[in-house]
Design a protein around this ligand. Structure first.
Ligand code: ADE
Length: 249
């Protein structure tokens, strides 16, 4: 997978993604991350890329020309016109399903805005997807692009050491992940749940599913509607709900 990031702050993205699992994936040649500095495409003698908004209002708007030229130069270099994801709180909210779909592409372009956004005309011309990483406002699109690249990268075969773990965890089956424990067996008087020490795989599996259901009910009850539970698990969930009602009055 080849990620291309159109940004005014290339050092912000390359520095971070070079480390840890994404860094190793780059070394192994499984992913490639290239940042393109939009400012390099300014035709202004002072390398300006923004101007005041027509119609008035606070802040500055990124001009269409440098963004358009940066994308066209990239497309010409690649010999194709990859999908362009515009990072914006006005977009579709990113989730694991979108990550899975994007992980199928060969090239992805992330367009990162700053200031009060980017001139609408160039967005109409080159953007294929408007994507938000959540209902809050950040100062620019670089952090959202990094979040998405991290999430998509770990779905690419070989990036994680064990390919099963990309599937069997949070959001698999619309349940949150069960709690994990490691040595020591007792930490400041808190013991690891006995079942995990039992070596009884069936019981461990069942306990983990129950913990996942419990946690999902507490933190993200909205997810449970889409979860596929066995009749026994459904009964367990109903019991949990009943006892929660009792304690909450
Ligand atoms: N740019 C600013 N805030 C954002 C958000 N929440 N998601 C994506 N891009 C953004």
């Amino acid at each position: 997978m080849h990620f291309h990031i159109l940004t005014l702050f290339p050092e912000m993205v390359t520095g971070t993604l070079n480390t840890s699992i994404t860094g190793r994936a780059m070394e192994k040649g499984l992913i490639r991350v290239d940042a393109v500095n939009i400012r390099d495409y300014s035709k202004d003698k002072h390398h300006h890329v923004d101007d005041a908004p027509y119609g008035g209002g606070a802040g500055m708007v990124m001009q269409p020309g440098p963004v358009f030229d940066a994308y066209e130069a990239l497309a010409a270099r690649l010999g194709k016109r990859p999908r362009v994801l515009y990072m914006t709180p006005q977009g579709r909210v990113f989730n694991q399903d979108i990550a899975r779909e994007l992980a199928q592409e060969e090239d992805l372009v992330f367009l990162c805005g700053h200031y009060e956004g980017i001139d609408e005309r160039v967005l109409e011309m080159i953007v294929t997807d408007h994507i938000s990483i959540g209902d809050y406002v950040l100062t620019g699109g670089e952090l959202p692009a990094m979040v998405m690249i991290d999430c998509i990268s770990r779905l690419i075969p070989g990036v994680l050491n064990n390919d099963v773990s990309a599937e069997f965890e949070s959001f698999h089956d619309n349940l949150l992940e069960y709690p994990q424990y490691t040595r020591p067996e007792s930490f400041m008087g808190r013991r690891v749940p006995e079942v995990l020490l039992s070596g009884h795989h069936k019981n461990i599996g069942q306990w983990r599913r129950q913990k996942a259901i419990e946690r999902t009910l507490k933190e993200r009850p909205d997810l449970l509607e889409q979860a596929s539970l066995t009749p026994k698990e459904q009964a367990f969930l109903e019991e949990l709900k009943k006892s929660a009602e009792l304690t909450n009055g």
